[in-house]
Design a protein around this ligand. Structure first.
Ligand code: ZN
Length: 150
């Protein structure tokens, strides 16, 4: 990764940390789950308005480190309007990215802006920060309960 790209990625993460998108509970939300990453102290809840198998709206609340907040913010943007199957595919691609070998060339073709988290794979302790919101979203879409990444 070039240092220019690294800086761009960092600035996207900092921006979403400072100005999180889709904060709060959407109107008509009918699913929610709580997520907890005790290693870092990240806690968040994800609220979804699910209709006909599509994520019509999604929001999140909670507290955590910059990575966990920025990840939740970017995730809500990425999955809004997508089917649960598409959201699942995104999760899989995202998870594969952040857990891939830092020496390998990452496949970010389907990830769009979520590719900014590629740098996380160099910091294994941060992987749970980045994936917490996704585990919580999947739980909300499945049935809604408390998830812990521990
Ligand atoms: Zn964290």
């Amino acid at each position: 990764m070039t240092s220019d790209l690294r800086e761009l990625y960092q600035s996207v993460i900092l921006d979403h940390n400072k100005h999180p998108r889709n904060r709060g509970t959407p109107r008509d939300a009918n699913r929610h789950a709580e997520g907890n990453n005790p290693l870092c102290g990240d806690r968040l809840s994800v609220h979804v308005t699910l209709a006909d198998g599509v994520v019509r709206d999604v929001g999140f609340e909670g507290q955590g480190c910059a990575i966990s907040k920025a990840s939740a913010s970017l995730m809500t943007e990425a999955v809004k309007g997508r089917s649960t199957a598409e959201a699942d595919e995104l999760f899989r691609a995202f998870h594969a990215l952040v857990t891939s070998d830092p020496r390998s060339e990452p496949d970010t073709s389907r990830l769009g802006k979520l590719a900014v988290f590629g740098g996380v794979r160099e910091f294994p302790v941060r992987v749970k920060c980045a994936t917490l919101c996704w585990h919580t979203l999947r739980s909300a879409l499945a049935d809604g309960h408390v998830v812990s990444t521990e």
